[in-house]
Design a protein around this ligand. Structure first.
Ligand SMILES: Nc1ncnc2c1ncn2[C@@H]1O[C@H](COP(=O)(O)OP(=O)(O)OP(=O)(O)O)[C@@H](O)[C@H]1O
Ligand SMILES: [Mg+2]
Length: 422
């Protein structure tokens, strides 16, 4: 028996916004849930959740993930263990793994090898920590770490390509050559899904329309045939909990009614307005803001009067792509421009692929006039590029001898990751 094919390997991608986990060989992850972790403190004797006791020594932390979080409780703080693609809180990291594998897939990780996706910009220390947590916390028999960009390239069968992955917390642009990420020529920016949520929220606030009330704070009832919603007051709900669910509504509004303009904004052309029904039954309507909120991905923020921090030197994703290719070896620049692969939830906006194509096209050096933007066919493939690449790789017969086994880890320590995982 080979390592990894004992009971079937698992694949996990813990993003800044969403965790994806499932079985190698599957087309899509079985579990997709928010990477937010709810943290409260509980009295070990009676399970009462409260942050206010002075007897701290008798209290232990209590965690909630995924749908467990949707049940509102007093004094639960929301934390985000992964920020801009990098793990910042290892306790929270463990909770997300437990929730994905033990609570959702209901399996024993001691029986499965686990392939983990990592940010192309991961640090050496964090790489070692991930391996340590796979063996010491999940007790898996074998594990392996692969860069998300490399996996996305793999998922579309383009071993030399330029990967543009835009998720919740980070957008990365990574040239991949024969299956290896060229880190020195890679670029990253915080302009991603969460950043656009802020733009959408700003547009709603500026327009003076309804306040965004999260679902948990509303009670709907029918009065004389009309659906009315009553605001519920929960004084012990933390501000981080309230904010998390407020952002959840804003994210939905964005995904439903925002899109990417095909021409540079601001322009005199008036886009259609679209409206969205809020959880409290009120409707909000957005016009030019539907396109202006996403325009921040393509132009320097100052041109739109946004983010005037002089240290924030973002010139737009089109500029960044060209900059990354031109920082790569001249011999592969043509191949990179011929395979610009889009991945991550934030590239799913209507019009994104066409706009990035024209933004790159108008900056192409004359000697490199050919460009191909590859958008995986289905929306699912586009969202889960890195996970799908991991799923294919971990189920290949030829991959099975590459796993880091528990024995190797025990003998060499977590530093083995640098020898075994490129
Ligand atoms: N149809 C859609 N239209 C627009 N945005 C979308 C759509 N679907 C998902 N998104 C956005 O994509 C983001 C989530 O994408 P993804 O799961 O790739 O991110 P992540 O892996 O959690 O984060 P990161 O890779 O930055 O660490 C969210 O901001 C979400 O609102
Ligand atoms: Mg991601």
């Amino acid at each position: 028996m080979q390592l990894g094919d004992d009971v079937g390997a698992l694949v996990v991608d813990i993003g800044s916004g969403f965790t994806k986990c499932g079985y190698a060989g599957d087309d899509a992850p079985k579990a997709l849930f928010s990477s937010a972790v709810g943290v409260g403190e509980t009295d070990e004797k009676d399970g009462d959740v409260s942050m206010t006791s002075s007897k701290q020594e008798q209290r232990s932390r209590e965690y909630y993930c995924g749908q467990q979080l949707e049940v509102r409780r007093d004094n639960i703080n929301i934390e985000y263990p992964v920020k801009h693609g990098l793990v910042e809180d290892w306790d929270g990291f463990d909770r997300l793994l437990d929730f994905g594998f033990k609570d959702t897939l209901k399996l024993d990780t001691a029986d499965h090898s686990i392939l983990v996706t990592e940010s192309t910009f991961n640090t050496d220390k964090r790489r070692e920590k991930i391996i340590e947590h796979m063996f010491e916390h999940l007790h898996c028999p074998a594990t392996f770490l692969v860069k998300d960009s490399v996996l996305t390239a793999f998922s579309v069968g383009r071993h030399t390509s330029l990967i543009l992955d835009s998720g919740s917390g980070i957008t990365t642009i990574v040239p991949v050559q024969n299956g290896y990420a060229l880190i020195a020529a890679s670029r990253r920016t915080k302009v991603a899904g969460d950043y656009i949520n802020e733009m959408v929220e700003k547009a709603i606030v500026t327009s003076g329309q309804s306040k965004i009330r999260p679902i948990y704070s509303l009670k709907k009832q029918t009065v004389a045939g009309k659906v009315m919603s009553e605001n519920l007051d929960f004084p012990k709900t933390t501000s981080s909990y309230h904010r998390h669910y407020q952002l959840d509504v804003i994210r939905n509004i964005k995904e439903e009614i925002c899109e990417v303009s095909q021409i540079k904004l601001p322009s005199t052309r008036k886009p259609d307005t679209k409206s969205y029904e809020l959880p409290d039954g009120n409707r909000i309507t957005l016009g030019p803001e539907r396109l202006l909120s996403t325009e921040v991905m393509f132009v320097p923020p100052a041109e739109l009067g946004e983010d005037l921090d002089p240290n924030f030197k973002f010139q737009g994703l089109g500029h960044m792509v060209v900059d990354s290719v031109m920082a790569s070896d001249p011999d592969i620049r043509k191949d990179l421009f011929m395979a610009v692969v889009l991945s991550g939830g934030n590239t799913r906006f209507n019009g994104f692929a066409q706009r990035i194509h024209s933004e790159i096209m108008r900056r192409l050096p004359p000697a490199l006039s050919k460009l191909k933007v590859i958008q995986p066919v289905t929306s699912v493939e586009r969202r889960f590029g890195a996970w799908i690449g991991g799923s294919i790789l971990a189920s290949l017969g030829s991959f099975q001898h590459l796993w880091i086994s528990k024995e190797e880890y025990t003998e060499h320590g977590p530093g083995i990751v640098h020898d075994k995982c490129p």
